[in-house]
Design a protein around this ligand. Sequence first.
Ligand code: PLP
Ligand code: ZN
Length: 499
Amino acid sequence: MLPNDFPDDIKPFLAPSTGGDMGYDCLVCGARHAPDQLLYTCPACGGILLLTDKKLDRLKEKPGSFWRRLFDHRLMLNLPALKGVFTFHEFLAPNVPLSDVIYLGEGHTPVVKAPPALANLVGANFYVKMEGQNPSASFKDRGMAAALSMLNHLVRVKNLGQVIAVCASTGDTSASAALYASSLGKSVKSAVILPQGKVTPQQLSQPLGAGAAVFELPGVFDDSMKVVERLSEKYQVALLNSKNPWRVLGQESYAYEVAQRFDYSLRDKVLIVPVGNAGNITAILSGLLKFHRASVIDGLPKIVAVQSNRANPVFLYYRQPVAARSYSPVTVRPSVAQAAMIGDPVSFPRLADLSKAYEERAGVSSFFAVEVDETAIMEGMLQANRHGLSICTQGGECLAALRAALAEGLITPSETAVLDSTAHALKFMDFQNAYFEGRLAKEYGVATKPELANRPRSVDLGQAPIPGQGKTMTAAEREAFVSTAALAIAESLGLSEKA
Ligand SMILES: *Cc1c(COP(=O)(O)O)cnc(C)c1O
Ligand SMILES: [Zn+2]
C-alpha cells in the first residue's frame, strides 16, 4: 500500500524517526551507561547489562488502540526497514535510524494451528510459531537483526573501520551471526567458535557458507563461551552472544508478533518457550511487559520455560520455594534439544529479574518451569512431524512440556498454548535419523518406539535389468525394470489393480 493511501491519523507515524532514551542498565551495581558504544558487561563492576528506554512512558501517552492500529497498518507498508522486527521500532530500539536497519527477511513467522488429530493426541488446542522460517532458519535472526543494525549504525557514525564480530554457539547463533555479518560486506567480519561435534552438520555448514572464520573447540558450549568472553575482555571485538543486550531487544519482537497474531488478546494464552542461554525467554517476558505497560495488550499470558532434564539449571531454580530459591549451574549431558544444551545460562540474572517483575504484574504462577526427558522431546518432534507440523527438537521439547503441564494440572485444556519451534526441523534431522536407525539409545537415553520409526523400504527387483550411470537401456529392458519395480511397490503398499 502506498504511504498516501493510509488513513490520515496513521500517515504521520508510519515511518518512525529516532526517539526514546536508550541506555545500558547494569543489573548488579545499577550504573547506567550511554548506548553509543558496544558494551557486554558493566565497565564499573562486570555485571550483566540490559538495555532500557528511560522515556518508555512516552509510549503511554497514546492509547493502546493507537499502537494496535499503527502496527496492523504497518504490515501493509512496503518499507524494507519496517518489514521485520523493526515493525515495532518504538518499543524495540528507537535509537536506531531506519536507514541503518538491516532486513534479511526475519520475523513475522507463521503461527500455525495444530491439526485436530494432533490436538486430540495431546489433549488441548494449540498453535506453533514457526521460527525455523527465519533467514538462517532459527529465531536467532530476530536478535541479530537488532544487534547488527546497531553495529551498522555505530560503524557509520563512529567511523569504526572493520569490526571483527565473534560468538560462541550451540549452532544457530553462529549461523545467524555469520549471515547477518556477511550482509554488511567488508565492514564486519565474523568469527564463530563452536563446540566440536556438538552442533549438527547443517549448522556447521551455515557459517562456513557465509564466509565466517569457523573455529571448533573441544568441550561443550559453556567451554567455548568462556573462550569468547576472554576474547572480548582482551581484544577489540564485537560480541554477538546473548550477552549482547541488543539481541535481547530484537528477540522481543516474538512477543509483539504473538500479540498481534491473536488480535492483542493474550489473557487465555500460554506461551511455551525452550530455555538454553535464557536470552529468548528474557526477551519474551520483557516484550510482553512493555506491551502491557503501554496498554497495547490488556492481559498477560502464562509463560512456561521448558528444559531437558539433562540441561536444567533454570528448571531447578524455579522449582524451589520462592523464598529459598538459589541458582547453581549444572553439568550438561547430551540432549537432542542440543541448541538449548547449556548448563550455565548467561542471561540467567536477566531472567530472574524479569520473571519476578512478570509475576508481580501477571500474578503468581503466571511464570513457571517444566522439565521433560529426552524420549518425550523426540516423540514430541516426531508426532508433530507426523501431523503436518515440521518442528525442531526444541519445538518437540515444547510439545512435551505442554503434555507435562496438562498432566500436572499447571495448565488446563481450556487454555490455548503457543509453542515456540525455535528452529527449522531440517537442522535437527540427524536426531530423527538416529532415532529411526535405533542409534539414540546409548548417549541420549531415548527409548525408541518402533511405531514411530520409519526407514526407506527396499524394492526387490529380482533379475530385472537395472538403470545405471552411462548405461543406455533398450526399450525392452526399461519395460522390464518399470514393470518389476511397479509390481514390487504395489505389493508393498497393498494396492489393488484398477478394474
Ligand atoms: C538458541 C536456541 C535455543 C535457546 O534459546 P536461548 O535464548 O539460548 O535460551 C533454543 N532453540 C534453538 C533452536 C536455538 O537456536
Ligand atoms: Zn555494574
